[in-house]
Design a protein around this ligand. Structure first.
Ligand SMILES: [Zn+2]
Length: 137
């Protein structure tokens, strides 16, 4: 089980190196899970296959990180917050959204949901996925 999980994570990170975002699609109910998980959150089925996802999404909430929990590995990213993000493929999860200050959050709160897109961010040693507002692309 743990070996299997490492393989899944590897596929995901290999995808990021190629500039691709991989999610897992349930072969039973077609729900797409991103970031990849083993069992479908919708129907519990374990029969999932890899699919490339677009990275297009909407941000439904914005939460500023607490000062103490702010992560040094994201310092190169500039100001960021956490947002509830729903991919156009249907998966909803919490993501890092860059370019977000307290002031900006106040301006944007009434306008939610807002279109965002995934960007691949180089952290020390590996890449990860963050989201950015479409208007700043
Ligand atoms: Zn399913």
């Amino acid at each position: 089980m743990s070996i299997k999980l490492e393989k899944a994570v590897q596929k995901f990170y290999d995808g990021l190196e190629e500039g691709k975002l991989y999610g897992r699609k349930c072969t039973k109910c077609n729900a797409v899970e991103f970031p990849p998980v083993y069992a479908c959150n919708t129907c519990g089925c374990w029969d999932m296959e890899w699919v490339e996802v677009s990275g297009r999404a909407v941000m439904k909430s914005i939460v500023m990180p607490a000062a103490l929990s702010s992560k040094p590995e994201y310092s190169a990213l500039g100001p960021y917050a956490y947002g509830e993000v729903e991919l156009e493929e249907g998966s909803t999860f919490n993501a890092v959204v860059k370019g977000m200050t307290k002031k900006k959050r106040r301006e944007l709160l009434d306008k939610l949901p807002l279109p965002v897109h995934a960007e691949i961010f180089q952290r020390d040693g590996y890449k990860t996925v963050v989201f950015a507002l479409d208007e700043e692309a």
